[in-house]
Design a protein. Structure first.
Length: 326
């Protein structure tokens, strides 16, 4: 049963660096944003133990702590931060209709999508155990590779992203073992050649992960098997990186927004605009290239500014706030 319809000026779907930054800018522009945190409040960074590459934190910060600070900053400017997630949208008409938890209906003048993307994992119990412990499993070499300097690591994947991350890790680690399920890479020839020609990268073809090994707190190795011979062996390692892709959290928008073949929302180049007027996108829901907290925050800023200008063009009584740019 649908409750009373709520009308809002700016609705932000999803939290994380993109959503909270959009909220900070939208709130300072008097757009009275309402933000729904989604199924994972704070986004992917809440699973990251240490963040050392976000500007302004000379000693580093934990992912959950950073998200709490961003949320507090958004609420300081009176962003209405709410629990719950969006289960349905209708962008077919002039009114942007959104349903929360399949019960509450919201009509929004502008919508900023910051639903992010979820890293794909193998699904092994041992993998998930050490991922949750923050003890050596990661899906982002650029984010976490720094913590494995002068150590040995294992990375799973066969595409361009996996090759790029393996090459990045090779500059930090003494040895990188790359597990490729088939007998060849899916990556482009130039990327495959790059890892093949890197001295401290060992490539094991036809090889899959059997179990991530550890001492109960941190990763100590990986047991693998050859899928042609079923032969198993163990590889000593302190880090286990998974580079088998990301899935953007955009399924509920598929009927109305232009998506690429992987599911990322297509934005107008140089803006946060989508193919629907008044609907904007920020963060990893559209970014399949950089996927960093700082770039997500930047696009959150862009989305709020684009939404503010959209409202000003539509309603002459709504003025663009100069404080937004300070």
């Amino acid at each position: 049963m649908v409750e009373n319809i709520e009308k809002v000026k700016c609705l932000i779907i999803g939290s994380g660096p993109a959503g909270y930054t959009a909220a900070i800018y939208a709130a300072r522009a008097n757009m009275k944003p309402v933000l729904y945190q989604g199924t994972q409040p704070g986004g992917q960074l809440t699973t990251t133990n240490e963040v050392e590459n976000f500007p302004g934190y000379p000693e580093g910060v934990t992912g959950p702590e950073m998200m709490m600070q961003l949320q507090a900053q958004a609420q300081r400017f009176e962003t209405d931060v709410r629990d719950g997630w969006i289960t349905k949208v209708d962008f077919s008409g002039d009114i942007h209709k959104v349903w929360v938890n399949e019960t509450k209906e919201i009509h929004a003048d502008t919508v900023i999508i910051s639903t992010g993307a979820s890293a794909k994992y193998l699904g092994l119990d041992s993998e998930q155990k050490y991922l949750k412990l923050g003890g050596g499993v990661s899906a982002c070499a650029v984010c976490d590779g720094f913590f494995y300097r002068n150590q040995e690591v294992v990375i799973v994947g066969a595409g361009d992203s996996a090759c790029e991350e393996a090459h990045y890790l090779s500059k930090l680690c003494t040895k990188v073992t790359m597990l490729v399920r088939r007998d060849e890479f899916r990556a482009s020839k130039i990327m495959a050649a790059r890892v093949k020609n890197t001295e401290n990268i060992e490539i094991l073809f036809n090889t899959e992960t059997d179990e991530v090994l550890g001492d109960g707190q941190v990763v100590t190795g990986v047991r693998v098997f050859n899928n042609q011979t079923n032969e198993k062996h163990e590889i000593p390692a302190t880090g286990f990186f998974v580079a088998i892709g990301h899935k953007p959290n955009t399924d509920i928008f598929r009927e109305f927004l232009d998506l690429d073949e992987t599911g990322y929302i297509i934005n107008v180049p140089g803006t946060s605009k989508t193919n629907i007027e008044g609907v904007f996108v920020s963060g990893d829901a559209a970014d399949h290239v950089y996927r960093q907290a700082v770039t997500a925050a930047g696009t959150g800023c862009m989305a709020a500014l684009d939404a503010e200008r959209y409202l000003a063009a539509k309603d002459s009584t709504f003025e663009v706030s100069t404080s937004t740019y300070n």
